[in-house]
Design a protein around this ligand. Sequence first.
Ligand code: ADP
Length: 687
Amino acid sequence: MGHAVQALRFLNLELDNQFQELRRNLVQWSKEDIFSLALADTYLGRSARAAANTRLADRIRDRDIARIMLANATGDIIAASDPGIIGVISIADRGFFQRSLTGETVVESLSKGRYVEYPITIISTMVAPKEMDKPGVLYLVLDTSRFAQRLLDELRVGQSGGAVVLDPQTGIIITPSWATPGQFNPGPHLAALDAIANTGEVLRYRTGAAGMETERMAVAGRNAHTGWLLVVEADAHEILAPAAWLATINGLISLCILVLAAFSLAALNQALGGLRASEARYRSLIETSPLGIATFDGHGRATYLNERAKRILGLETAASLPEDWRLELEDESGTLLPPETLPMARALAEAAPMHGWTAWHRRPDGQRRVLSLNAAPLMVSGQGSDVVAVMEDVTDLYNARQVLQHSKKELETLVEQRTLELTEANRRLLELDELKSAFLSTVSHDLRTPLTSVLGFAKLIHREFAKRFAPQATDPRLAKSATTILANLDIIVQEGERLTRLITDLLDFSRLDSGYYHWKDGPVDLAALARDAARALAAAFGENKGVRLRLDIPEQLPPMQLDPDRIMQVLINLLSNALKFTAQGEVLLFVREIHDTGQTVVQLGVTDTGAGIAAGEIGRIFDRFYQVGQAGGSMETNKPLGAGLGLAICKQIVEHYHGRIRVQSEPGRGSTFVVELPREHSQALPA
Ligand code: ADP
């Protein structure tokens, strides 16, 4: 009886294996994106449903599965291995459907289907939805008899024995296809068999037509997956008779082989399951990759495109994959690229990865996109026959770079243009400057020559007239007229001299300003120079009775490397201004050497007790052509008029020697102008 028990175990195990595999497969299939997508009530969902039909039809091939279907949340069939039933049947009221909607994987056996007359087994599981959609149920229908019979056919015990399957719920009995009618008839003993199930006990019963009855012995077991009762039975005499031993041993041996095979099959199944799981893992990784991934066979036919690749190539809704890897790839000018130059072909030809390719692709919707492409041969046992390509849509990046390059070029052109304009403007300015200097010196020279004559003759006439004619005018009227003539001649001389000064100032300033002035530096004792300046103006001070010139000058100072004429000009300017703007009091000229923060500075100062300068004007008096109130003096006060250039010239000279000039003044209380010349910047000479 032992081998009957073994046969039972094997049957049970095999049944479990088969169911487990079916279950596992179904659960795995339910995770495929295509089924989730098919649940969406969108255009994309519709194309996914079409693809799901083909996939489901593929899945039932070579298996005992009669049908496999996908139902939506309301129980309507939306995809099926047999598309004829789509929309025709509803499973809304079915228990397995309701349970699977909550996430359970269900196995259910029925004596007959609702739409078929034979017993069926249903395995169902949930399909998780994408985003906002509702879940669905994927379920398969198994032709129970065919499925069980295939197992039973392989099992014999001796001559008369074998196995049968009983469904206690439906009363269905499935016998091997090789069984003769009436050979197995455990039906009447269902309850008794049920009672000994999984106990290892043996049930004996009589069966067969009256008079031809035989005694049968049976062991029973219950299959956990299906709830089916598996019964192995054989004639009692065959099991018990010694002659049957050989056959029994034979049976046992084949049973052992079967059990071994079953175990190997189970192990293989498990390995396959693992492989499938890992394939599913990689597939979902690749599916969700943000890069487009595609595979091509050796003939350039696309064998796989992930979602991103389809989107990049504009093939989301295409029914089939592109025929070859040109994929309408072009160069930037729009010329189609020869297939053999593409990275995919080159990766295959050179058996090496190809990186950093850029190509242009015209999508079916007419859009032209820029793609970055990399390709590598798919190595299987050292040989590459397929190729994998990774693509990225870099259009936006490319466009941004183009705009940037364009702007850069525009900017460069603009800068170039502006530089040219500036260079031209500068050249013209220099030209103008030269012209101005030439003009000034020519004009000043040309003005000065006749002016010298005018002045000379005016003075001559004045002298001659005063000496020879005025004394002759004894008549009081003539004498008065002679005095007026002399006064007028004085005015001509004065104004002529002023004009000469103005022209000289103008000439000096333009020379200094243009940098063309030739500095004649030499050793200068500033104390001595200051005394010379005072001497030069002594006459002018002498004429003005109300103003006294006082000096505060050291005996001698170490010489400094300076242009004496220019420093003299500064001192004369300052002293003349002081005299010009002082009606009463004194003008002090001082020279000092001071040591300040490690620096030796010579100060030349002129202090007066004159009109002073308003605070608002102080900042501007050193500007060229600036005169306070636009009047440097007046005819009435008999002060010579200036050109507003004197202080500007002083400032230029002082700054040439890295010195500075400043003023302290208060209206009505006089002014102090101080020039500071640092020794460091003029080469000190031995005293
Ligand atoms: P200008 O040659 O016309 O005198 P400056 O450049 O020498 O021109 O002086 C500019 C102005 O500064 C003068 O018009 C005058 O108003 C004022 N200024 C210069 N020195 C004195 C001073 N010592 N007292 C008062 N005002 C002065």
